[in-house]
Design a protein around this ligand. Structure first.
Ligand SMILES: [Zn+2]
Length: 252
């Protein structure tokens, strides 16, 4: 019975991940059809932690005068404002200024705050100057069967492991839904490429809540970089990300 349970537990999420593809073939979900600004729903507890990547001595990607750490901090501030305008008042930034912050400190902050959602903002760079578009990452870890249950587990260990696995799968499933919501809103609204990927980035892997890391565009692409530093574009992008977050929230 227990073996069957773990078999189900371990195989169940695979179907959920099968549909992760690039934007061209990503199926539309019902997420986007929900109204974006349901204020009544927003009044529920919804605590968001926004993590502007890098900062301080760590500039992230740099190309000419474009600096990732600065761009994502500006976007994070716009995003906080956009969420507050949608009545999501419990919004925190992992860093409010150009300060150095370790990955562990970012995760600890989000976990201690008890965020319902964690969103890490980054900008991409490539040696291919024409590459452009957005990327959405969610956590990659799939717990192998051998780790799922100790060899001779006590009942308490089994129960605790089951609880951990459920939390893990719930986080992964919700993070995927969030990624799809982002892709749908951001790709529909702009004629740009995007892709959803799984990757073991520290901050999305170690936060306890549904998490997403967004690469907002390529600063190595001069045209895209010019847009990314434009306050009007940052504001528009922030509003779209906020809309996608609201679509996600309405589902839960
Ligand atoms: Zn980065």
């Amino acid at each position: 019975m227990l073996k069957l349970f773990f078999f189900l537990l371990l195989t169940l999420p695979l179907t959920a991940f099968a549909s992760v593809t690039d934007s061209a073939s990503a199926p539309a979900t019902e997420v986007a059809s929900a109204p974006a600004t349901n204020l009544a729903s927003a009044e529920k507890k919804f605590r968001v932690v926004i993590d502007p990547g890098h900062g301080g001595s760590d500039f992230g990607a740099v190309r000419d005068s474009f600096k990732e750490s600065k761009i994502v901090l500006e976007l994070a501030r716009h995003l906080k404002t956009s969420l507050e305008e949608l009545n999501v008042k419990d919004v925190h930034l992992t860093r409010e200024s150009d300060q150095t912050l370790s990955l562990k400190e970012r995760v600890t902050k989000a976990n201690e705050i008890g965020a319902d959602l964690f969103i890490s903002l980054h900008a991409n760079t490539s040696s291919q100057p024409l590459w452009s578009g957005m990327e959405f990452y969610f956590n990659a870890t799939s717990r192998p069967a051998a780790e799922a249950v100790p060899l001779k587990p006590t009942n308490n260990e089994v129960v605790s492991q089951i609880q951990k696995d459920f939390r893990h799968y719930e986080k992964t499933e919700k993070s995927l839904v969030l990624s799809k919501s982002m892709q749908l809103v951001l790709t529909d609204s702009r004629e740009q490429k995007s892709i959803i990927k799984r990757a073991p980035f520290y901050v999305i892997e170690n936060t306890q809540m549904p998490s997403i890391l967004i690469e907002i565009g390529f600063i190595s692409n001069r045209r895209e970089a010019q847009k990314l530093i434009d306050p009007a574009y940052q504001k528009e992008l922030a509003q779209l990300i906020a809309k996608a977050l609201m679509n996600y929230q309405l589902r839960y």
